[in-house]
Design a protein around this ligand. Sequence first.
Ligand SMILES: Cc1cc2nc3c(=O)[nH]c(=O)nc-3n(C[C@H](O)[C@H](O)[C@H](O)COP(=O)(O)OP(=O)(O)OC[C@H]3O[C@@H](n4cnc5c(N)ncnc54)[C@H](O)[C@@H]3O)c2cc1C
Ligand SMILES: *[C@@H]1O[C@H](CO)[C@@H](O)[C@H](O)[C@H]1NC(C)=O
Ligand SMILES: *[C@@H]1O[C@H](CO)[C@@H](O)[C@H](O)[C@H]1NC(C)=O
Ligand SMILES: *[C@@H]1O[C@H](CO)[C@@H](O)[C@H](O)[C@H]1NC(C)=O
Ligand SMILES: *[C@@H]1O[C@H](CO)[C@@H](O)[C@H](O)[C@H]1NC(C)=O
Ligand SMILES: *[C@@H]1O[C@H](CO)[C@@H](O)[C@H](O)[C@H]1NC(C)=O
Ligand SMILES: *[C@@H]1O[C@H](CO)[C@@H](O)[C@H](O)[C@H]1NC(C)=O
Ligand SMILES: *[C@@H]1O[C@H](CO)[C@@H](O)[C@H](O)[C@H]1NC(C)=O
Ligand SMILES: *[C@@H]1O[C@H](CO)[C@@H](O)[C@H](O)[C@H]1NC(C)=O
Ligand SMILES: *[C@@H]1O[C@H](CO)[C@@H](O)[C@H](O)[C@H]1NC(C)=O
Length: 537
Amino acid sequence: MRFLRALGVSLSVLGVRALNSTYDYIVVGGGPSGIITASRFAEAGKKVLLLERGVGPTVATGANDTLGWNHTLTAIDLPGLSADVGNLDAWNEYICSDVAGTAACVLGGGVTVNYMVFVYPQDRDFDDKWPRGWKAADVKGASERLYARNAGSIQPSADGKRYDQGLYKVLSGFFGKLGWKSVDMIAAPNEKHNVFSYPAWNIKDQVRAGPVRTYLPEAKERKNFSLRLRAKVNRVVREGSRVTGVEIVDELRNRTEIVRLSASGRVVLAAGALSTPRLLFNSGIGPDAQIETAKKSGVAVPPREEWISLPVGVGVKDHPIFSINVNTTGSYAPLDYDSILDGSDSDIELYRNGSGPLTMGKHRMIFFTSNSVNGHTRFYQGSCAPAGQGVVSITAYMTHGLSSSGVLGLDEKGNTVFEKSPYLQTADDVTAATMFIDEMVDAITDPSTGFELQTYTNTSAILGSLTAGIHYTSTAKMGTDDGRYNGTSVVDTNTKVYGMDNLYVVDGSIHPDLPTGNIQATIMVVAEAAAAKILAH
Ligand SMILES: Cc1cc2nc3c(=O)[nH]c(=O)nc-3n(C[C@H](O)[C@H](O)[C@H](O)COP(=O)(O)OP(=O)(O)OC[C@H]3O[C@@H](n4cnc5c(N)ncnc54)[C@H](O)[C@@H]3O)c2cc1C
Ligand SMILES: *[C@@H]1O[C@H](CO)[C@@H](O)[C@H](O)[C@H]1NC(C)=O
Ligand SMILES: *[C@@H]1O[C@H](CO)[C@@H](O)[C@H](O)[C@H]1NC(C)=O
Ligand SMILES: *[C@@H]1O[C@H](CO)[C@@H](O)[C@H](O)[C@H]1NC(C)=O
Ligand SMILES: *[C@@H]1O[C@H](CO)[C@@H](O)[C@H](O)[C@H]1NC(C)=O
Ligand SMILES: *[C@@H]1O[C@H](CO)[C@@H](O)[C@H](O)[C@H]1NC(C)=O
Ligand SMILES: *[C@@H]1O[C@H](CO)[C@@H](O)[C@H](O)[C@H]1NC(C)=O
Ligand SMILES: *[C@@H]1O[C@H](CO)[C@@H](O)[C@H](O)[C@H]1NC(C)=O
Ligand SMILES: *[C@@H]1O[C@H](CO)[C@@H](O)[C@H](O)[C@H]1NC(C)=O
Ligand SMILES: *[C@@H]1O[C@H](CO)[C@@H](O)[C@H](O)[C@H]1NC(C)=O
């Protein structure tokens, strides 16, 4: 107590307010991984503080920018507007301005603004490269716990009908002729070669689902759980290998504070794969050069003798996206977002009954395939959405099995930056991507289809259309080869940072490998599994 008071005095001299409450768990970041782990800690009877730098995106979490025709819903909630999310006012408010790629700085993280595609991981996503204790069989219980609360849906309309199926009709005919198989991607997650499916979306009760709706309300009911919004964490406060608290900026009051852990407390980082590395650098954990930069950016990093040399940021991965746009001459078009927003859209009446196209996400079909180069298999996902009258935009990702990675670092303004791009860094990745696109181009341009490529009209142009998949991982990789001793791993298989006693990471940063599909379901499965490991450890 004397010590705490002494600390309080010295901190207040520095203009930093020290608070009295202490917590068993401080979870940093209210994205999917943070909400899920914090909820499970609270359920286990722990005193938990969840710190989120952004605002709440739903009416229940404080948003007031509701739709004119339904004052319990924001635009973010409505599945039918998810395709237009980048044009909403909320986008500018919610997107992080200080990271190397696209990430959301709002409660719910990426799951608040994403396109809702919800891909159950196939077994080999875990079995190929995750360490022992994290194979598909090991995380089965975690996936069951997730799906019990947040199952995703392939049929979100309450009347059991599928709407706006023009695109599906044309493309299922196309793939059918190629000999590909129709599957239910939720019921058969291991079918990932030459298959197509109706899309699975993160939708429940006709609104965008995700942990803000499926975990947080129950956690908030618990006395020992608190959520603080607009609380941006700068760094963890260390006494050597122990974390004693976190330094935050209260963005409403523009005030710096220290929030303390209880004597046996733990800090769990869940700021996302592009932000957690900054928290580690700022806390004296990572390559020396990055910690030096953190110091230059004005952060009170620990003294040099306390730095822990770990390969944070090294090996960052993402799915590259290639754009394949095709005029199919089919009959379909994107929804009319302006009329949905202003309330004049004729589908709104049906939505009031829980049905119709506004209950669906933007895609109309998802396909998967794989190929092999030098005996090594790589997977591909194609997400197909209407882009114009009869025109489909295929977002084609190279996914599980790709061998490229990059390096994430920090600049002197405190932004995370790519020091080396994660995309197409190996010759085999380039060969494999080229093979896949060549085959797609050949099939699409076969005269029997009547299809026509648009914008990118040959393989090299499609390869050149590369954009970020926004499924970043592996910036604080989990594994048994301790990074302090020339290994590649930053956290152990309990998700604890090597060299620290009570610091954990649970977000996309720790994934040692990329999954076969869009990553959010995998992020949530891993968070469920991590919460159980941390509580048991
Ligand atoms: C535009 C977009 C589209 C996407 N589309 C899809 C899709 O259709 N399907 C799919 O499966 N995946 C998609 N993704 C990816 C998916 O949403 C992310 O992989 C997932 O949200 C990552 O979860 P996370 O918990 O690791 O981190 P995040 O979701 O990034 O959450 C991190 C949280 O921490 C908070 N935070 C960060 N720094 C601090 C700090 N210093 N202090 C306090 N809080 C902090 C952030 O505000 C955020 O709430 C998309 C992502 C984006 C951005
Ligand atoms: C913290 O505790 C001290 C003494 O225990 C008390 O004087 C002070 O008001 C408390 N501060 C806050 C912010 O609760
Ligand atoms: C709340 O947390 C405190 C501190 O860990 C614990 O002693 C208490 O039992 C918890 N209460 C509940 C209702 O879980
Ligand atoms: C809506 O919320 C914003 C930000 O949270 C706030 O500035 C604004 O005053 C609120 N508007 C109303 C009408 O409550
Ligand atoms: C608004 O939408 C929600 C979710 O679909 C629904 O439960 C509610 O009844 C709607 N309210 C109105 C006034 O239509
Ligand atoms: C926040 O406080 C700092 C000083 O602590 C000051 O330099 C800065 O201008 C303030 N920002 C705002 C938005 O008030
Ligand atoms: C698609 O093709 C049809 C005829 O094949 C043509 O009339 C139409 O203009 C094309 N659409 C676009 C957007 O190019
Ligand atoms: C909505 O449901 C009501 C009651 O079942 C029905 O009368 C009405 O026609 C439905 N609206 C639409 C647009 O289907
Ligand atoms: C591919 O398309 C691009 C852009 O349309 C064009 O510049 C290039 O010459 C084409 N390459 C081949 C091999 O046809
Ligand atoms: C790391 O590897 C280098 C060269 O292989 C070796 O010189 C060094 O001693 C190793 N360091 C540790 C900590 O194992």
